[in-house]
Design a protein around this ligand. Sequence first.
Ligand code: AGP
Length: 608
Amino acid sequence: MCGIMGYLGPKAATPILLDGLRRLEYRGYDSAGIAVHDGTSLSVAKAEGKLDRLVGQLDVQPLVGSYGIGHTRWATHGPPSDRNAHPHTNPDGEVAVVHNGIIENFTALKEELIAKGAAFASDTDTEVIAHLVAEEYDGDLLEAVRRAVRRAEGAYALVAMSKEEPGRIVAVRMISPLVVGVGDGEMFLASDIPAVLHHTRSFAVIDNGEMVDLSPDGWHIETLDGTAVERDLLEVDWDAEQAERGGYPHFMLKEIFEQPAAATETLSGRITEDGTVDLDGVDWPEGLVENLDRIWITACGTAFHAGLVGKEIFERLLRVPTEAAYAHEMRYRDPIITGTTMTLAISQSGETADTLAAANLAKERGSRLLALTNVVGSTLSRDADDVLFTRAGPEISVASTKAYLTMLVGEYLLALALGERRGAFDASDHAELVEALRHLPVKIEEALERDAEVAEVADRFIGHEDVYFIGRGLDNAVAMEGSLKMKEISYIHSEAMPAGELKHGTLALVTEGTPVVVVLTQSDVYDKTVSAIQEVKARGAFVVAVAFEDDGEVAKHADEVLRIPRVPDILSPVVSIVPLQLLAYHVASARGHDIDQPRNLAKSVTVE
Ligand code: AGP
């Protein structure tokens, strides 16, 4: 994630930048910094930790000037520290850059620059950009940034300024969000609208692949190839509370809609040009993967449900016996763990007490410990031998959505990486899976476009006190998560189970009108799940199915169908969860609940 800011106008830049960064802290807060130009020199101040540390530093040593750039960081390359905080400059301090996202080819670029004698002061990918812009600079910042960006691959947004050109700020959007706020004689750059909404209500939203050039004469947008772009200003009328949530009524909804971007971040830089997987933070010792005889997955709540998907896909793709265990159970079991076992501990926060205990138990018993977590610097990420960060960005809503979805994407990457090492794939199957994985963000976007249809179906759930979710295999794993979402925010009693299990007891609870949600995406067990639909229909259930858009059968059996875009069966959880998140959200919203902070729950459960 990370938040970026820029200001150009008649006022003092520092307080405006700091205020904007405070509003962007939800995007990351492990360090912060600003660069300000006073007409003669370009000065930088930065500090590890929350923004207040930087503020304290600036109280003692103020930076004066009326234009500048700022950054609040969510670490991806290099741990949180003063030296890794943005802005980054080239060694002579002529160019300052702040950046959000990932420069995928930064290692190659860094090696190239080092070979030419460059010295680096940080572990970040961003510093490479500062070097590139300085190398390309010949008196025109816009052209220097354009040439630098042509050399940098990845999904990112960046803002640059040069000591040589007072009054000019240049920015680029390559997927990561960026807006220009247009005020009276002043201009702002920000990662989102709320950061500067109290200064102006007029915005130019920068599109992917566009550059923006700010100077005292005004602003203009052009494409990377230099074609000028006309952009109508967007007039924003959100109130203050809406603004904090980016215009959404709740963080949960905002986070659900952030999922295409979050999945893009999870994948970014991890699939190489030849289609193999390259996982930063994972360095398995020789022989471990080849000799693996068991995988344990341990987690709680939503993260455990991601683990259920992991179990299915690891067993299917790798043929390695995999057990998914609740961490609070595993820690008091006597799990069979040896030196040829790998343990995958999954946790959004990386601080869940039970998950930490189970993970460390596995490690003590000789297992290699791999963490799949969202929070850089979390206890789990420090305890583990290897870490795969989900890069979902801060998740504020207690009900987890984008963290879950990025955990799934992380697990597919892991399955591919492990399978490649074990020679588990046929080349064409592998290529097909990688291709489909690359397209997932677009598929998630398409699933979100059906939000209004989900909202209509949600109306049918509002007055009920019991709901059931069923599915088989991967669909059962998704049903479990859909059910948890429903109960935790709507307070409707909800149970999930494998479709075949219904008739062994729960069917007794199904009566006229009982809502039953069926996840129906797995072709190998499709007919079997349809039989379960018949069983509940025969007892009067109101059946809602989640099925692929090209499924011509399902409407004959279900009362309502929530359609999802077609993906290979094995990847279906990443899209089939989307309507279930929206369903829970709309039901809870109609019932008038505190969606972001449901009763009795906490975002991070750090007690046993
Ligand atoms: C679900 O929406 C929850 N917030 C909860 O189940 C959560 O997934 C669980 O407490 C585990 O948290 P973690 O991922 O931070 O370890």
